[in-house]
Design a binder for this molecule. Structure first.
Ligand code: ADP
Length: 391
């Protein structure tokens, strides 16, 4: 049975098609610059990558090309072979603790939740509506980035602000990267042979969040009301003193939107180093002795270590620490710096094993008190699994 896993942004659309339940990827691709001119798309099939330049006036044009490519590459002979389309939706608020089959009610609720994710939910919904029209016989499933974290307790998810902010306006920690942390929870549980294991999942990419997991459930996570909370990231500040915002507005004459934009797009690695949001550039500059790059690295590591230590206590110990996403899967330097700082907890890295990229591997020494793994994340397969489960 064929299932499509879709991630629609305001000007992009990523997809993977799976044969289920085997979880075999048949074809995948990305459409970029939809509706803004200079459109292009790439398709990956049988280890081959095809790139084409093509104006993409809107999402429906991209989906039409996607379907044409499925036929042209002999992935399908009839649209009816596609039984389900799973959509990544960023915000499910408190309404969705699990993936759901999308109907008019769900569309209405996700639209209302756009208040909480104005950049993402409307774009995700465009994807949903386009696929509903293009592949009407497939069930459409919504998979929420926030859903996995709905198991957090009030003590963890509330902010110490007037309680009415929560009851009246939904101000609370929601957490994100849920599909990824859920994948890590399941995979690490399998590797450890213990679905009840205590796991600290470190999803560190361009965006980044940590998650404390016990019994396969999210106990706490570092992102908050929005994804600009918690860790220092590629270009996001993570947690700051909120009073910085009016102070900088007064000093610079910038508008609220401009300051928020600075905190999302000009902070983190980029802001501190003045060089780049990409950890590869920071690593290169630091190796050449650039002081601000070294400072940015140290700040980045420290925030992650602080959260690991916090979650270690919150969980009452940990069976495994897992590194995943772009930086976590690829940067041995970052993993080593973090594990070295965790020595007081008895964490010990196997430096030879740590010499790994994008591959599932145990990287801690045999006498480490906590096992440390690299596990490449797979949000797309989680979407495909959830979608399949409804058929
Ligand atoms: P996103 O949050 O956009 O999904 P990813 O998880 O794909 O991001 O992570 C992208 C980031 O991963 C890059 O910006 C870069 O900082 C980091 N990265 C990728 N490869 C390497 C590498 N070999 N060494 C260090 N960092 C890397």
């Amino acid at each position: 049975m064929k299932i499509l896993s879709v991630n629609a942004g305001s000007s992009s659309l990523k997809f993977q098609m799976y044969e289920m339940p085997e979880e075999k990827v048949l074809i995948s691709g990305t459409f970029e610059r939809i509706g803004i001119g200079g459109g292009m798309y790439t398709i990956k099939i049988n280890g081959e990558k095809i790139k084409k330049e093509q104006e993409l006036a809107d999402h429906s044009v991209a989906v039409k090309i996607l379907i044409d490519e499925l036929f042209a590459n002999n992935v399908i002979e009839s649209l009816d072979e596609i039984k389900g389309v799973g959509h990544r939706i960023v915000h499910g608020g408190e309404k969705y603790a699990k993936s759901v089959v999308i109907d008019d009610d769900v569309i209405k609720t996700v639209t209302e939740l756009s208040d909480l994710a104005p950049l993402h939910n409307p774009a995700n919904l465009i994807g949903v509506k386009t696929f509903m029209e293009s592949i009407p016989n497939a069930i459409q499933v919504g998979c929420f980035d926030t859903a996995f974290h709905q198991t957090m307790e009030k003590c963890e998810f509330l902010y110490p602000v007037p309680y009415e902010w929560y009851t009246e306006y939904g101000v609370r920690k929601y957490g994100f990267h849920g599909m990824s942390h859920n994948y890590i929870a399941k995979r690490a549980g399998e590797i450890l042979g213990n679905p009840n294991a205590k796991i600290i999942s470190c999803h560190i990419g361009n965006g980044g969040s940590l998650c404390a997991i016990a019994d396969g459930k999210s106990i706490d996570t570092s992102m908050g009301f929005t994804p600009n909370a918690g860790l220092m990231m590629g270009s996001r500040s993570g947690d700051i003193d909120s009073t910085l915002i009016p102070f900088i507005m007064n000093k610079t004459g910038k508008s609220l939107d401009e300051v928020i934009n600075d905190l999302n797009k000009k902070s983190g690695y980029l802001g501190v180093s003045g060089i780049s949001s990409d950890s590869r550039d920071i690593e290169d500059a630091a190796a050449e002795g650039n002081e601000r790059a070294i400072l940015a690295q140290n700040m980045y590591y420290e925030k992650i270590v602080n959260y690991i230590a916090e979650y270690y206590l919150e969980l009452g110990g940990a069976d495994a620490i897992v590194f995943t996403a772009g930086v976590g899967e690829n940067s041995k330097l970052t993993r080593k710096a973090i594990c070295d700082k965790l020595a007081p907890l008895g964490v010990k890295l196997d430096e030879e094993a740590n010499n790994v990229r994008g591959e599932e591997k145990l990287i801690s020494a045999p006498d480490s008190t906590v096992k440390v793994y690299v596990i490449p994340t797979d949000e797309e397969v989680m979407i495909a699994r959830d979608t399949y489960s409804f058929i």
